[in-house]
Design a protein around this ligand. Structure first.
Ligand code: KIV
Ligand code: NA
Length: 264
């Protein structure tokens, strides 16, 4: 099966088809989602929360992102694989953004990078694209800025909608191949989708975008606790794993595992 490339996502938008994206942080998740036909896999900096146990995405390092990226790219043969530029790896200058992106491509073996931030990063996007690296822009709620945005809140309500649209247009003009929007009103996301010719991806951004993305542990129900409004849980993997671990523990304790068939 041929690899999904950025032009396939553009073709989806041009012909009115949708595509799906999920996060992946390791080989098995990548293998399973790739085989399930998920078009785009994201090594999200949400690995900070969903793998490393941090409270926010801020602490994850570029080296850690590269490690997860290497695992995912080994597991995926068809999906387009995108990695996040983590907090602190691109803010200083366009040159820093290029250097970090090159490391994700060269060491993480990903096919594109994703970067949070608005129109003020247009120059950085341009520099990374010039280096031959496709850039997915991430606007609206940008978790790396949660301390200046005042927590997890919908962005672009009312008057502020204009800013989200202007950011998306500026980043698309700078060469971003795709615009991802997180937690913005559905009508603003729809307006962005009309305003840019490149495909759009939403998470908590309504249904008018070309693609949708979820964190896989949210999608599959691995995570415990309250879910964000935009999450739909498509399975209860936490219960499946928990039951398996309990049964395994019981059988070890009562001596029914291992049986003769597991012994040499
Ligand atoms: O890191 C992440 O998981 C993301 C998303 C858009 C889901 O950036
Ligand atoms: Na992210």
């Amino acid at each position: 099966v041929p690899r999904i490339r950025t032009h396939h996502l553009q073709a989806a938008k041009d012909s009115g088809r949708r595509f799906a994206m999920l996060t992946a942080y390791d080989q098995y998740a990548a293998e399973i989602f790739d085989a399930a036909g998920i078009e785009v896999l994201l090594i999200g900096d949400s690995a900070a929360n969903n793998v490393l146990g941090h409270a926010t995405t801020l602490p994850i390092t570029l080296d850690e992102m590269i490690l997860f990226s290497r695992a995912v790219t080994r597991g995926a043969s068809r999906s387009l694989v995108v990695a996040d530029l983590p907090f602190g790896s691109y803010e200083v200058s366009p040159a820093q953004g290029v250097e970090s992106s090159v490391r994700l491509m060269k060491e993480g073996l990903v096919h594109a990078v994703k970067m949070e931030g608005g129109a003020h990063y247009a120059e950085t996007v341009r520099a990374i694209v010039r280096a031959g690296i496709p850039v997915m822009a991430h606007v609206g709620f940008t978790p790396q800025s949660e301390h200046s945005l005042g927590g997890y809140r919908v962005q672009g309500r009312g008057e502020a909608g204009r800013q989200v649209i202007d950011d998306a247009v500026a980043l698309a003009e700078a060469g971003a191949f795709c615009i991802l929007m997180e937690m913005v009103p559905a009508d603003v996301a729809a307006e962005v989708d009309r305003a840019v010719s490149v495909p759009t991806i939403g998470i908590g951004a309504g249904s008018a975008t070309t693609g949708q993305v979820l964190v896989w542990q949210d999608m599959a129900g691995l995570r415990s606790g309250k879910q964000a409004k935009f999450v739909k849980q498509f399975a209860d993997v936490r219960s499946v794993l928990s039951d398996a671990a309990r049964t395994y523990g019981d059988q070890v304790r009562d001596g029914s595992f291992p049986g003769p068939e597991h012994s040499f």
